[in-house]
Design a protein around this ligand. Sequence first.
Ligand code: PHE
Length: 340
Amino acid sequence: MENKLREIRERVLQNIEDARASGNLEQIRVGILGKKGELTGLLRGMGKLPPEERPRMGQLVNDVRAALEARLEERAAELREKEKQARLEAEAIDVTLPGPERSAGTLHPMNIALRKMVEIFVGMGYEAVEGPEVEFDHYNFELLNIPKNHPARDAQDTFYIDDNIVLRTHTSPVQARIMTTRKPPIRVICPGRVYRADEADATHSPVFHQMEGLVIDENITMGDLKGTLDEFARQMFGEGIRTRFRPSFFPFTEPSAEVDLTCANCRGEGCRMCKGTGWIEVLGAGMVNPRVLEMCGIDSTKYSGFAFGMGVERMALLKYNIPNLRYLYENDLRFLTQYR
Ligand code: PHE
């Protein structure tokens, strides 16, 4: 029995040494120390020994058991540590790898055009101001010399919220707000969204953007207006692009003009875009009507001013040679991301 014990001890210690995974150790433990284990069997067989041998043998078996248990424990700790290291290595993250690519958005071409327009006027000393899109009739019409039942209201198909409140049909109410709250000299641009009950087509949308300009000071003339818009055209579309004024009518300006730009596509030669004329109509302008100045509390004998209003989408179409307004609103990224 002593030999048997020694043999078990050597063999199992070797097996423990050879084990390559903590799971294998458990098999070894069950095989030797479990209920049906080898050592357990030996202990049971002690009954057959002569009584005087039993204590010594019992002691021996317990020694072997203790030795094996201790070694199992140690080895298990070793293997667990090894396995942990292997796992850490396998799961290691290489923080120097480049991250997944994220595509940065691009500005919408309408916004690119708008930013450029604002930049040009800010460069000329203008301040950009904003006003509400839901506007009182008072600012959208009355203060601009368009009383109720005035035929000019028909030209701007208005979305009414109620009798006194509208979705602004142009950015001109912002100039009315500025004139009633500030004293000259005034030099502002008012970019923003406007609404008209128009059917959407190649050149119309019920929602679009305008940029208004307003200058009021002593001795402001139509020449200042013309020079300002010429300089704007040059910076926006390049050398050789000029303005042409045609007489027109707006209730809030007198005299009024519709302003054309040299067609940027053919540079004035005449092409399909300008219908052969060499000019493209882009904005409305004029000298602020003295009546409007007075209604807004500005002395019209001392001050004069000019105002202009232009469509932002229209500028974007011209700048990028886009044939149809709808492209700007359809949100097709293949189209929109072409513009930087
Ligand atoms: N508010 C006019 C429009 O929307 C444009 C304009 C602005 C005309 C300023 C003259 C002066 O049609």
